[in-house]
Design a binder for this molecule. Structure first.
Ligand code: NDP
Length: 611
């Protein structure tokens, strides 16, 4: 067996890289752990760290730069997210290093010890790949400055996971330093709160568009619901036959919806399951989310089966679908009003860049506050993942029971089973990998307003179930070849969808994950890289490609007699094409020429060779 070699000897003075930066400082080697392959080194200000061999260099390989800087330099007030001063990439690195050490060195000691530290700023003779600085427009400047702050907050944590940061002599000052740090954080928050929020260009047709969507989306849901029960449903059937007005409201149905939402809220707050960290916010903060979605769907399934055995007739959902939808629409509207009102009191650093236009209707629609929370209860995360998604599966199941009842079947039809299983797999997968939603557009960028509240609570459960609803009264027998073909399409789509989403999620959470070691990446001025290898080199949105293939497999079991069950497929193409273009301009704004480079490397958006 090969013994691990020790390149640097105890007592030797070498140059050690400050973790997360490209800055090297004079350090003394204290020891070497052959098991962990880490050197324990001590910096001149007394900080002890464990470094990898590649982060240590012989002093002979360095030249000294004119300006000196200490790793223990005090963090300035410029860390406030509200500041938008432009900085060069070398300033960024310095800020990162300065902040990193600031986090680990108690400030009182630090200040007094600064004088003793020999202040050198050195750079390796082999320069690292330069980081691009893009500043195409005002928004980007703001964003880049924010990202600098983000990085400042992020690094120490990253460092600590990779390196063992140990203070040797300053433990006595810990409390004082903590108090000082808290004071600094308070100051930074105050500065952020008193600054105006930056905004991004309006989308969805701007202010007029927002009014249109507010009226059109609910109307469209009711149009679809009015069609699906007809013997000969048609998307061109206009105006639809309107049911009497009094049939729209049913208090019992409203009670069912409220009970369901409260039940899901209870499961969400139970201290079961993992607490996951979201992506860093503009303020540098990282929110924690209880990702127990799989637990929630498992308990919900048991509850639904138990309810059936207690004699509750789930076909009630089919027979009162319209009333359930109306009640849910009302709840989503009231929730949106609450969200907008509370967002008026939220500090600017907690507002969504895309929903801060100043126009009441647009911001109400698009979502003004990014992560509205009641204590630790995250309203956006909860609505995105729980009542609507799990409700979708329960509705599908109820439609299968209604089909058996209506068609006099012993078991649901093959088409109904496929639709139920495919969509159940989609939801269960989403809840099993619930953490992955934390790196999606909805969670990271979109504010929580009518668009998402309505989408999560009404649109998903009441329109994504249209295929199952349609099959209740429109049977479509499927032979074995059709079954095999449809299942193959579904599995292919699922494979692409899952792999690509997981790859990006892993990359965003830990860019140095070993599974990504050989993948090409493109550096950006923000410090975040872009993945240009693996699935993300096939098209710019491989996850959308997989999702669309799955959507095809959901519609195929319903046959080709009517367009209505294909509605999801058509809508989804429009949604993802629009979403892709929204994301493209957002990424262009964030990453500037690095994004252009990515687009040149990966030519197609969603479908290879076509689009
Ligand atoms: P993505 O998960 O693709 O998120 C887009 C973000 O990912 C970008 O803003 C960017 O954020 C980051 N990103 C983009 N390209 C790269 C890259 N090359 N390398 C690293 N990061 C990159 O999109 P969505 O949030 O829209 O969708 C997530 C999933 O949800 C998809 O599978 C989609 O199909 C599905 N979906 C399903 C819907 C449904 O109704 N069934 C509706 C909407 C979505 P940053 O750089 O800031 O990290």
């Amino acid at each position: 067996m090969r013994m691990p070699s020790m390149k640097y000897q105890s007592g030797e003075t070498v140059m050690g890289r400050w973790p997360g930066s490209s800055l090297y400082y004079e350090v003394k080697v204290l020891g070497f752990d052959p098991k962990k392959q880490l050197y324990t080194v001590i910096y001149k200000d007394g900080t002890e760290l464990e470094l990898k061999e590649q982060d240590i260099k012989h002093p002979a390989g360095f030249r000294q730069r004119s300006r000196s800087r200490s790793p223990g330099r005090r963090r300035s007030r410029s860390r406030s997210p509200a500041r938008t001063t432009r900085r060069s990439s070398s300033r960024t690195a310095a800020a990162v290093a300065a902040a990193a050490i600031t986090e680990s060195v108690p400030s009182s000691r630090r200040d007094s010890r600064l004088k003793e530290v020999v202040e050198v700023r050195v750079s390796p003779l082999q320069p690292e790949k330069p980081v691009e600085v893009n500043s195409n427009n005002k928004h980007e400047e703001n964003d880049t400055a924010n990202k600098v702050n983000e990085k400042v907050e992020e690094e120490p944590e990253k460092n600590q996971s990779r390196y063992n940061l140990r203070r040797r002599r300053d433990d006595g000052d810990a409390k004082e330093a903590e108090a000082r740090q808290q004071q600094e954080e308070k100051e930074a928050k105050f500065e952020a709160a008193s600054a105006a929020p930056p905004t991004t260009p309006l989308d969805f047709g701007g202010k007029i568009g927002a009014i249109f969507w507010l009226l059109f989306l609910p109307a469209w849901v009711f149009f679809l619901l009015s069609q699906v029960n007809l013997k000969d449903p048609s998307l061109a059937n206009f105006p639809p036959p309107l049911p009497p007005l009094e049939t729209f409201w049913d208090t019992q149905a409203a009670g069912v919806v409220i009970f369901w939402i409260l039940f899901q809220a209870l499961l969400y707050v139970l201290p079961v399951g993992k607490l996951s960290e979201g992506m860093p916010l503009r303020s540098g903060e990282r929110l924690k989310y209880r990702t127990n979605g799989f637990f929630a769907i498992a308990v919900s399934s048991v509850a639904v089966v138990a309810a059936m055995y207690q004699g509750i007739d789930l076909t009630y959902i089919h027979s009162h679908f319209l009333q359930l939808a109306v009640a849910t629409l009302l709840i989503s509207f009231m929730l949106s009003v609450y969200l907008y009102v509370r967002s008026r009191y939220a500090p600017p650093d907690q507002l969504a860049l895309g929903g801060s236009s100043g126009n009441v209707v647009y911001d109400f629609f698009k979502g003004h506050e990014l992560n509205p929370r009641i204590k630790n209860f995250d309203l956006k995360f909860f609505c995105e993942m729980r009542p609507g998604l799990i409700g979708w599966c329960v509705i599908n199941f109820a439609m299968a029971l209604a089909e058996m009842k209506q068609q006099g079947l012993e078991a649901p039809s093959h088409a109904m089973i496929l639709v139920n299983l495919f969509q159940l797999l989609y939801v269960v997968d989403g809840l099993w990998n619930e953490e992955a939603i934390l790196t999606t557009m909805d969670l990271m960028h979109d504010g929580f307003g009518f668009m998402l509240a309505f989408g999560d609570l009404v649109w998903v459960p009441f329109t994504y179930t249209l295929q199952a609803y349609y099959l209740v009264s429109h049977p479509n027998p499927l032979g074995p070849p059709a079954l095999i073909a449809i299942i193959t399409i579904k599995l292919l789509g699922f494979y692409i969808f899952r792999k690509s989403n997981s790859q990006k999620n892993t990359f965003r959470r830990n860019p140095s994950d070993p599974s990504l070691a050989n993948l090409k990446t493109i550096p950006t001025a923000t410090g975040k890289n872009l993945l240009a290898g693996g699935w993300w080199s096939v098209v710019r949105h491989p996850n959308y490609l997989g999702d669309l293939i799955m959507a095809l497999a959901w519609s195929l079991p319903c046959g080709f007699s009517h367009l209505l069950p294909w509605y999801y497929m058509i809508y989804f193409i429009i949604l993802l094409v629009h979403r892709d273009s929204r994301d493209m301009s957002e990424c262009r704004r964030k990453y500037g020429s690095a994004w252009d480079e990515y687009c040149q490397t990966v030519r197609y958006r969603i479908i290879p060779g076509i689009y």
